[in-house]
Design a protein around this ligand. Structure first.
Ligand SMILES: NC(=O)C1=CN([C@@H]2O[C@H](COP(=O)(O)OP(=O)(O)OC[C@H]3O[C@@H](n4cnc5c(N)ncnc54)[C@H](OP(=O)(O)O)[C@@H]3O)[C@@H](O)[C@H]2O)C=CC1
Ligand SMILES: Nc1nc(O)c(N)c(N[C@@H]2O[C@H](COP(=O)(O)O)[C@@H](O)[C@H]2O)n1
Length: 277
């Protein structure tokens, strides 16, 4: 086996044991036969912000919880973000745990497939995008880009295919405020048909808030949230699903977790649970 590079991350066995009950089963079985196991996972500040502003890459996780996130990546077949995140972060969306493919392991073993929801192909990726650099170095997989365009731009399509990625065209609706809305059921069924047995959904704010809507929250199998001891302040990208009302029209909690476990990782704390549908 090749030696692990110096920037490879370590995640201790004791921490792995804690996380195991939260992870997709190793035998690849899924709670719903036609969909992947889904983990909603992100890092948040004490004021529920993912980032200082929509276009800003913001480090929240400390070294231990960052290693935890990368271990999660090694245990999922796919890792999904919205185009806002791709534009803001130029992310790698690979797994840098020592022993996985490209970090001391063979081929691309345990490297997740990046998936970007980009309804109108706004993401201007190029050979210089981090994701594609990692592909060239054998440290990550090429992305699947989910669009509502029946015929995505030919140049982007060609570049994706050159690296082994692809566009996936799905119908989407548009909300009254003009936002694209994917049907999460259809997306997950499509990803399962393409071979993914587990997907971790990382963000950003729009993606998470849409998945936490009442019609979709039952599709979330686990929630794993890193909470960093900081307030980012107003103007950030917040996780705050749409307000819900009870039958009398009174405001009620939008979503709540059950079977909750807490675990400290350095200065951060990691909260795991299941959505109480
Ligand atoms: N702390 C953390 O763990 C994480 C932080 N982040 C941060 O979050 C920020 C980005 O968040 P945000 O701006 O909300 O962007 P998102 O990554 O959520 O992407 C938003 C865009 O993606 C498309 N999209 C998202 N959800 C849907 C849906 N349900 N149906 C159809 N299209 C959808 C839309 O594209 P269109 O407008 O083209 O229709 C939308 O405008 C960045 O600053 C990033 O750093 C991101 C991930 C994790
Ligand atoms: N777990 C976590 N902690 C943070 O502090 C973060 N900012 C994020 N962001 C997510 O990770 C992506 C970056 O990944 P790479 O290091 O480039 O592989 C970013 O795009 C967000 O999805 N996550």
């Amino acid at each position: 086996m090749p030696a692990a590079p110096r920037d490879a991350l370590e995640f201790p066995e004791s921490d792995r044991l804690f996380l195991e009950p939260q992870l997709p089963p190793r035998d690849g079985s899924t709670p719903r036969p036609d969909m992947p196991f889904t983990t909603l996972t992100f890092a948040t500040s004490l004021d529920s912000s993912l980032a200082l502003s929509p276009g800003t890459r913001t480090v929240l996780s400390g070294p231990q919880s960052k290693a935890m996130t990368h271990y999660l990546r090694s245990r999922h077949d796919g890792i999904l973000v919205g185009v806002g995140t791709a534009l803001a972060d130029d992310p790698g969306l690979n797994c840098r745990i020592a022993g996985v493919g490209g970090y001391g392991g063979e081929n691309l073993d345990f490297q997740p497939r990046p998936i970007v929801i980009d309804p109108t192909a706004r993401w201007n990726f190029s050979d210089n995008s981090k994701l594609f650099q990692l592909c060239r170095e054998g440290r990550g997989r090429a992305p699947w880009v989910v669009t509502t365009m029946p015929e995505p731009p030919a140049e982007k399509d060609a570049l994706l295919k050159e690296y082994g990625g692809q566009f996936i065209s799905l119908k989407m609706t548009t909300s009254e405020s003009g936002r694209h809305q994917i049907d999460w059921n259809e997306l997950l069924v499509t990803l399962r048909l393409k071979g993914l047995r587990s997907v971790m959904i990382e963000g950003g704010g729009h993606v998470i808030n849409s998945l936490l809507e009442p019609s979709y929250m039952s599709l979330i199998d686990r929630v794993v949230v890193t909470i960093a001891p900081t307030w980012l302040g107003q103007g950030g990208v917040v996780v705050s699903p749409a307000r819900r009302f009870d039958e009398e029209g009174n405001p009620m909690s939008a979503a709540r977790l059950k079977n909750v476990k807490w675990y400290p990782f350095g200065e951060d704390v990691v909260l795991c649970g299941q959505v109480n549908v």
